[in-house]
Design a protein around this ligand. Sequence first.
Ligand code: DX5
Ligand code: ZN
Length: 219
Amino acid sequence: MKPLIAPSLLSADFLELGKAIHMINQSEADWIHCDVMDGRFVPNISFGLPVIRAIKKLAQKPLDVHLMIVEPERYIAAFHDAGADMLSIHIEASIHAHRSLQQIRSLGMKAGIVLNPHTALSLLEYIVEEVDYILLMSVNPGFGGQQFIEHSYRKISELKEMLIGRGSQALIEVDGGVDVENAAKLVRHGADILVAGNAIFSADNPQEIIHQLKNCHTS
Ligand code: DX5
Ligand code: ZN
């Protein structure tokens, strides 16, 4: 199976956000990954609701909104109204993750749970049924362009095994340090969705990188 590709706008030129979205619209990408950071859960601030609303006006692909914020439950309805199609929250930031995931789904969005690199898969034990996808961070969240953490391969394999054992259809999304070098190996280990920021937006031909990521399993 070809992976789903979700370019992360965090690495786009914010002065040319419209052009970046247009490029993604014309590409083989499947989703548009939007990183929302609050300067509290992560040591960086990115963009929030008004920017998501603007992106939604141009986007012809679903918006995959990754919340790196404390108390994400306070903003679930607001991100739905702003145009999120998929909404993921960090398990480390969610005291009532189970309830929040149910709320995300009840609004008609796909629900995702995110795990930091150090967070154990066992925390998923009682919420697997409530999620449409699990996002494994393969860098510490907060910044684009960081180096991929090698233990992520083992974590993906173990998660895949867990999902198969549970009869779950949840997809595995991998975020951080993904590029054309490691994409095929990630897919072989069980990744279904690849997020890539720096690899795409620092390239001379971003659409070509998206094409290579999309077709990585055959190369
Ligand atoms: C990091 C973000 C990522 C980031 C990935 O906190 O969640 O989505 O944009 O960027 P790259 O692909 O450059 O590591
Ligand atoms: Zn992200």
